[in-house]
Design a protein. Structure first.
Length: 305
């Protein structure tokens, strides 16, 4: 059964919390406004901070289909919107020729009908049923080029697309649109103006600890506190790629599988590949910096207790 949209910021926070997504007030506010105003939500931030998860959580909490368009270099309209099933069209043409039915107008009308249309994510989202419009996730838009951004403007402005052979297809109810970018390049202002914007930052330590408790419940309290404090310190130094929340959760689960009840130098050294994804960063930690960070973390937590 489809759930109604939240009617307040508090209810939006509760909706996210029901799916174990720990959001701050600012995120809950912009999400509430995006839903209330029917505007796309543009989420920017480092990889692994939970941008994509917001769309998944929304779809699950509202009981709506999630339609994901994963962006990549070279993504074009046919891959994002629609394309014709050329193989099936050719078979239809050959069958008509074999039967003697070669009326050009009738053949054109038939082969460019909806039964030969392959719907890609954006068209699927626009054709959602009223009352249960899907969540459309346009993920990592910064991987595409400016031409694809320009194509999106009609979608975001008018919730419609034009297919030359069929005409204009307009959404009976606009989809809930979530756009994410890792900021590997700047997105044009024309597209951003059509959205509500939010920068998704790394969480503060108390919020990240809450996330770990929810997503890695088998990790005990001491281990969870130590690994979160360790990751928080890593983000403060000059790494090629600081670990995101996703890596923190993976690390907690990995250490639990190793039956760790607290961080020690051996466990840290053996599992750095779970937390860090670049060899230069791993080598830097292995030269002794990880031991120094671990010592500081344990000292600070001991004082706090």
């Amino acid at each position: 059964m489809t759930h109604s949209l939240p009617v307040s910021i508090d209810e939006t926070e509760q909706l996210l919390d029901s799916q174990n997504y720990v959001a701050d007030r600012a995120l809950a506010t912009v999400l509430f406004l995006a839903l209330k105003m029917g505007r796309p939500l543009f989420l920017e931030g480092e990889a692994g901070v939970g941008k994509t998860e917001i769309a998944k959580v929304l779809a699950a909490a509202l009981d709506r289909p999630l339609i994901r368009l994963q962006c990549y270099e070279g993504l074009d309209v046919s891959s994002a919107l629609y394309e014709w099933n050329y193989a099936a069209q050719m078979i239809e043409i050959r069958m008509r020729e074999a039967s003697g039915d070669i009326s050009r107008d009738a053949m054109r009308s038939e082969i460019f009908s909806e039964r030969f249309l392959i719907r890609r994510p954006i068209l699927q989202a626009l054709e959602g049923e009223p009352g249960r419009a899907p969540v459309l996730l346009i993920d990592e838009l910064d991987r595409t080029d400016e031409a694809f951004e320009a194509f999106l403007l009609e979608i975001l402005s008018d919730n419609q697309v034009t297919i030359p052979e069929l005409g204009t297809i307009r959404a009976a109810e606009p989809p809930i649109v979530v756009i994410t970018t890792n900021r590997t390049r700047e997105i044009h202002d024309a597209l951003k103006r059509r959205c509500l914007y939010h920068w998704v930052d790394y969480p503060a330590s108390d919020r990240e600890l809450d996330i770990v408790r929810r997503k890695a419940p088998r990790a005990n309290a001491e281990l969870s506190a130590e690994l979160v404090a360790f990751v928080q310190r890593l983000r403060g130094i000059d790494l090629f790629k600081a670990p995101g929340v996703a890596e923190t959760i993976d690390w907690a689960n990995a250490l639990t599988e190793l039956n760790a009840v607290a961080l020690d130098p051996a466990h840290v050294s053996d599992t750095l590949g779970v937390l860090l994804k670049y060899q230069d960063d791993i080598q830097r930690m292995e030269r002794g910096e990880s031991r120094e960070i671990l010592t500081e973390v344990k000292r600070e937590l001991a004082k706090a207790s």
